[in-house]
Every structure is written in C-alpha cells, then in structure tokens.
Design a protein around this ligand. Structure first.
Ligand code: C2O
Length: 337
C-alpha cells in the first residue's frame, strides 16, 4: 500500500534531531479539514437538480444574457460562436476552405470545448468556480421530456421557439424524423433505449464509427458523421425546434440552435455519451491520429480573451475539471434492440 499523508491534526515535536538541537517544533497549524486537491465539477441530470442550484443556473444565464451584445462572453456572442463554426463563418487557417465542425470527427471535441468555456463563463458570472452545467438525461426514462427548468416562461432558461407539441409530458423520440409517434409511452421508452444501445454500443465499435470520418487540413467539410451525431444528436435538435418558424429555429438549425439555453444541456448529454462510450472498452478509445489530436479551435474564455485549444487537451474531462454524475442509471447499456 502507498504511504498515506499524515493526519494534520496530529503533529508533535520532532524526534529526529541533528546534534545540538533540542525541542524542535516545526508543526504547521493543526486542522481536521483536509480538502481534495483536484475536485471536479459534477454535471448533474437536469431533472434532479435542487432548488438552490436551479436558482444559481438561472441567475448565471440571466447575467450572461444581460452582458452587452459585443462582450464575447454574452449569451448572444456565445450563440454566435456556434453559428460561426458551422455556417461558413470561418475558413481553415491559411486556406480558402470553409470550416465546419459538424459531420466529421471534429464534432465531439469542438462541442466539448464549447461547453467548457460556456460553463466557465457562467461560473465566473456568479462567482462560483464549481458551477457545472446540467445534462438533459433523455437517454433514461426519467429524463425523456423537456426538463421542467427549461419550460418556465419567466425563466432565463426559457426559449419561445420550440415545438409546442413536444412540451412535457410528451416523450422525446430519440430517432425522431418529423413524424409524430402513434405508439404507447412504454413503447417509446423501449424504442429510445434500443436506439441508445445501437448508437453507442453495438453500432459504434470503432473510433471512426463513433466520432465520424477524418477531416484534415485542406479537405472538404462534412466527410461524414458518427453514429451519435446523427441520432440522437440531430434528431433531438429537430424534435425541439419550432416547426412553425422558418428553418425550425431555434434548435432545429445550426445558426440559431445555441440561442436556446437547452442547447447546452442537450450537448452536455451528448458529451456524456463520449465518456460512457470510452468506458465500454475494447476498441472504443479516442482517435490517435495526429490530425485529430492537433486540430484546434479558438474560444473566448471567462475573461473575454481568445484562447486556442487543441483536441488532444480535451480527451479527459477530469483534465478540464469536470465529470458526469455517475450515480445516474444508464438503462440502455444492456438493452439490445
Ligand atoms: Cu453544433 Cu448540436 O450542434
């Protein structure tokens, strides 16, 4: 067993003294209160948050929305960052080739970093460095509706441009394809669990199946998406957006999706699937190709400063300071379709 650090409430005078030294007491102040060195922020399921957390989250988003539009930390600019990265707002550095962060292996790392900075900005606005985003737990029966925190019209987490037919208690359909289901609630739940098993477990046995196709400097955008990016990621966007608006804004189209606060909870769950997938073992490991690991993005941090980040730095959520609540059941891990 390893050497264990001492009990800092129990230090006595030194016994191992050099010649001629007597009665040496070098004890630091005694304490019983020892903190962990690295304490990750814990992202929790949106349906099980306590009142205090909900108030904090609402306040953080309200403060973000209240920042001047030209502040890179503002909600408007946050949504704009997502828009710029997926509608041809940027070219690849030094190349006249459009950059696109969807439909390729950049999908997971881009959105992981994107949420990371969003979370850090929210935390800094409420002066709570431990603040963690919630995740929309639509892969489990208890989370298969729009979480209540997002449906309160008076809240900063509300967005008017959502599908009116899909408000609670309507269940989400993870492979939604613009057709309303006619099957029972039990059948929808079963089908959702099967979809999860297929997209994360049986259908994603190799890295490229899960992450999506290689996308390298100079190559054309959108070489092909991974299983989860397609379903449930894209289908949840479609299911949530407002079909009475053109382009199904907000969630139903890339340029406006991140204007809806639920976007970040949706993507936290997608990001969680990356962690779960890796825990399944065998070939389910991060891509080792250098063109994946060294791909980079620029985001604005909680000080409003631009930071260049590399994919290789986001593979371990603990290195980014957060984990997902692992007490939340994952009922689809063993539900073969
Ligand atoms: Cu960048 Cu869910 O999309």
């Amino acid at each position: 067993a390893p050497v264990t650090t001492p009990d800092p409430s129990n230090c006595g005078s030194s016994t191992d003294l050099a010649d001629g030294v007597k009665d040496l007491d070098c004890c630091p102040p005694s304490t019983n209160n020892v903190k962990p060195f690295l304490k990750p922020r814990v992202r929790k399921a949106a349906q099980s948050l306590d009142k205090e957390y909900i108030e904090k989250y609402k306040e953080a988003v309200a403060l973000m929305k209240a920042l001047p539009d030209d502040d890179p930390r503002s909600f408007k600019q946050q949504a704009g960052v997502h828009c710029a990265y997926c509608t041809g707002g940027y070219d690849q550095l030094g190349l006249p080739v459009e950059l696109q962060v969807h439909f390729s292996w950049l999908f997971f790392p881009f959105h992981r970093f994107y949420l990371y900075f969003h979370e850090r900005i929210l935390g800094s606005l409420i002066k709570d460095p431990d603040f963690a985003l919630p995740f929309w737990n639509y892969d489990a029966p208890q989370g298969m509706e729009i979480p209540k925190i997002f449906t309160d019209k008076s809240s900063s987490l509300y967005d008017a441009f959502r599908d009116g037919r899909h408000q609670p208690p309507t269940l989400v359909e993870l492979d939604y394809n613009d057709v309303e289901p006619t099957i029972s609630r039990e059948k929808i739940i079963q089908s959702n669990l099967s979809v999860m098993y297929r997209q994360v477990v049986s259908g994603a046995r190799t890295p490229l199946l899960f992450f999506g196709q290689p996308y390298r400097s100079g190559s054309n955008p959108s070489p092909g998406m991974g299983t989860v990016e397609n379903i449930p990621h894209n289908s949840i966007h479609l299911w949530t957006g407002d079909p009475n608006q053109s382009n199904r804004i907000d969630m139903g189209t890339f340029f406006s999706a991140a204007r809806d606060p639920i976007f970040y909870a949706h993507h936290a769950n997608v990001d969680r699937f990356w962690s779960i997938w890796k825990s399944l073992g065998e070939k389910r490991q991060d891509i080792k190709d250098k063109d994946f690991l060294n791909a980079s993005f620029v985001f604005y941090d909680e000080n409003g400063e631009a930071v260049r980040v590399y994919v290789k730095d986001c593979l371990d959520t603990r290195a980014l300071g957060y984990v997902y609540d692992d007490t939340v059941p994952i009922p689809w891990l063993k539900t073969p379709p």
